[in-house]
Design a binder for this molecule. Sequence first.
Ligand code: FO1
Length: 457
Amino acid sequence: MSVQQERVRDLTPDRPTSARGPVVYWINRDRRTRDNWALLYAQEQARERGTHVEAVFCLVPTFLDAALRQYDFMIKGLEELEQELLALNIPFTLLLGAPPDVLAPWIDERRPSLMVTDFEPLRIKKQWLDAVISATSAPFHQVDAHNVVPCWHASPKQEFGAYTLRPKLKKLLTHFLIDFPEVAAQDASHVEGQALIDWSHVRSTLRVNTSIAPVEWITPGQRASEVSLKEFVGRIETYRDRNDPTKVGQSRLSPYFHFGQLAPQRAALEISRIGSTGQEGDPVDAFLEELIVRRELSDNFTYYNHNYDTFEGLASWAQSTLNDHRNDPRDHIYMLEQWERATTHDELWNAAQRELITTGRLHGYMRMYWAKKLLEWSSTPEEALAYGIYLNDAYALDGRDPNGYVGVAWSIGGVHDRAWFERPVYGKIRYMNANGCARKFDVKTYIRTYASNTLFP
Ligand code: FO1
């Protein structure tokens, strides 16, 4: 079976593909050997050209406020990836530095017949890709190995909300939600004499905040992600408790998706196999809605909206209502340090921030409350957005992800939401308060669970 045409884009149609040289897979977002359409496509192209596949990854010393917590998770995943690639006799090169500086000269030297890369909607990744393409003469193909329905194929424009993207995705799901073929092992001669990566040297090159430490509740890597998915399939009924942050109701798979260790499509296949009762609130349907529609809506937003992380990226109704209420008096105004250290007057908010600080997670329901209050108690909506993104990027394991940017922008800037009735500070942005939380779960238990933290005692 070959990789579907619609999943692949030729980024350099005017460049001839030379017959010689390996096919090189520049791994960006999807860091796994199984269930990876980009790797499968690279193998297919290599077979057609009578050559082999090599893989390369560029590790940068800092990335969008990521701390040791996230780098540790990513690097452990990359260590496993090296082993998995080696087992398939696929040579793996790790370059240290930004792709325009280190990958472009490497490509000139390696002379691949084709460069294959996976799809990333984030601005910095698009800039890297454009710069590497301009600095080299190699042909580039891109594969969306992250979305079930390839982002550019699902829609050619920024969608208004889940209600406009959902029907488009649903029409295409039977075509794209198919099982993955197995990745093939290459001839052992391709990795003969290849030196292993010195991971302690790699770690020594990082320039990150080390006080935001790795977390223990989740094991990084492709294999652990598959175990976690199996465990979640076995407890899918608990997804009915997904809005209760005092229970383990959510899948907790998001760091694996973010670091490309698990394919969302694999999760969609395994969860679909359980089958839905079709009843209102069925956990299978509810999870697939989040996993496919909401997740792919985030890619759609960040891909088509260049200002996905600033006030300018909000819909005009949201900008104008927030402007109308810019000068409304606020009951409290906090600076970044107070937010970060969880020292507001609101114990529920502080508990959410402490959950984020100590676990690298922020429960989906609390995430909304947390961001809404940032809007209510910051001096401007711009500041609220910037603080929300910074805190999420610095502490959440799955920060720096389209989902994170959209989550913050939904709460603070009404992205993918509609106008509600007008009130102070929020304008027509949907309001939320602690009473809403109290109706959903035992707020006191949640506050007790996250009563302290060691980073800011
Ligand atoms: N992507 C890279 O290609 N190279 C990196 O060195 C890198 C570091 C990094 C650190 C933390 C983090 O959360 C993400 C990081 N990413 C890196 C990108 C990342 O894995 C995702 O591809 C994007 O954030 C989009 O979801």
